[in-house]
Design a protein around this ligand. Structure first.
Ligand code: PLP
Length: 422
């Protein structure tokens, strides 16, 4: 691994493992390797450590530890919640989710459609918010579950989950929320949220990848998604991933502390970064509601440039950011989240997400603010999409844009064809 200094602004994609988390895990890689389900003393100690981690994770969301199921990731948690709602209510074959969910939901919804289920993908407003009245109108007698994210991973925009869950309760519909981006940034309380299911993923909170959690409200009927042994009180088969569970527990404990001590500072850093970008670089816009969003996320549209080029030049000076979800990196399609908010494909392709975390400093923000404006300027100087460029005075910029759109659509089509044939 390269050990060069880098400036990390992609904490919504993943976070580094906190040293405290790694320290908590190591004894369970070296010594505490017994199977927690076995009957002897050394296994019993491991079992107790797993239950302690469950209690730490439950405290983070103010749940009862019995309501916490460890899974392999946020994606599994989302899939498992929707799967359970459908299997335990076989007469209900309609699922509602939103058009801006993570691919963990969007692609599972597509899969369900292919299986003959009906899926409603709710649209959003131009600021990324959800129209609750539209949700109300979309609920049908055969709706099994509404799954809506608490915070969007690309824009940070928050959905009113308390209201959504209350509406679902009044209609006898189960409610799931993907809260993967929120621990440490919001004060999480499953009782006041009122949801039946909630998903988390450890790698967004300074623990390793490959471990997640699904909260299942007490007395909610649940059908396991991974069927096997009696682990997780019969709700998820598979021998527990003990070191990762221990890491998740420690990270959950730290996240409770981060909420109180860190995120006011992170918000200030994010706000300074955003204000300076808007001040120094013309033709830039923030995507999404600027008030009702996570304190660490800023998604910015830079007109007349391609985000992929911006990211490449940022990378050359050691800055890590992204153009959306890490799960769609490499795709030529513009972000489905930004498209759902009504951005044109052209503008959506010029958007960069900066997501900060507890390890970001003022120095990081200074470094970014120093390097970004000349990078955008350099790209705009050579951009055929830039109407103020002297070479572009005499030709039709709109046709150039349309041609560029066509080229990208063609490239995306070829990429899809290759993916299908691979
Ligand atoms: N949901 C959201 C909002 C996410 O941001 C992510 C990860 O980027 C996931 C779900 C998927 O989590 P995991 O990578 O643990 O499967």
């Amino acid at each position: 691994m390269s050990q060069d200094r880098f400036y990390y602004f992609d904490n919504n994609a993943t976070t580094r493992v906190a040293p405290e988390v790694a320290d908590a895990m190591i004894p369970f890689l070296r010594d505490g390797w017994a199977n927690p389900s076995s009957a002897y003393r050394i296994a019993n100690e491991v079992h107790k450590a797993v239950e302690n981690a469950r209690a730490q994770a439950a405290t983070l969301i103010k749940a009862d530890p019995k309501e916490v199921i460890f899974t392999s990731c946020g994606t599994e948690s989302n899939n498992a919640a929707i799967h359970s709602a459908l299997v335990t209510q076989p007469g209900k074959r309609h699922v509602i989710t939103t058009s801006v969910e993570h691919s963990a939901n969007i692609n599972y919804a597509e899969f369900l459609r292919r299986q003959g289920y009906e899926v409603t993908l709710l649209p959003v407003e131009s600021d990324g918010s959800l129209d609750i009245h539209l949700l109300e109108k979309s609920i049908r007698p055969d709706t099994a579950i509404v799954s809506a994210m608490l915070a969007n991973n690309e824009t940070g925009v928050l959905f009113p989950i308390e209201e959504i869950a209350a509406l679902c309760r009044s209609k006898g519909v189960l409610c799931h929320t993907d809260a993967v981006q929120t621990p440490g940034k919001l004060d999480l309380d499953v009782k006041s949220l009122g949801v039946d299911f909630l998903s988390l993923s450890a790698h967004k909170i300074y623990a390793p990848k490959g471990i997640g959690l699904l909260y299942v409200k007490r007395r909610t009927r649940f059908q396991p998604y991974v069927i096997g042994g009696h682990q997780e009180r019969g709700r998820r088969g598979g021998t527990e991933n003990v070191p990762h569970i221990i890491g998740f527990g420690k990270a959950a404990e730290l996240a409770c502390h981060h909420f109180k001590s860190e995120y006011a500072r992170v918000r200030k850093l994010r706000d300074r970064l955003e204000q300076e970008i808007l001040r120094q670089i013309p033709n830039t816009f923030v995507n999404g509601d600027r008030e009702n969003r996570l304190p660490n996320t800023s998604n910015i549209a830079f007109e007349f440039v391609e985000a992929e080029a911006v990211l490449m030049l940022l990378d050359q000076v050691g800055i890590c950011a992204s153009s959306g979800s890490a799960c769609t990196t490499g795709s030529l399609d513009p972000s489905h989240v930004l498209m759902a908010m009504g951005l044109t494909p052209m503008r959506a392709r010029g958007c960069v997400r900066f997501s900060l975390g507890i390890y970001n400093t003022d120095e990081d923000v200074d470094y970014l603010i120093r390097h970004l404006p000349p990078i955008i300027q350099k790209l705009r100087d050579i951009s055929p999409l830039n109407p103020s460029h002297p070479d572009n005075q005499n030709y039709d910029v709109e046709s150039a844009r349309a041609k560029h759109e066509q080229d990208l659509a063609e490239a995306a089509r070829k990429q899809d064809e290759q993916a299908i044939s691979a």
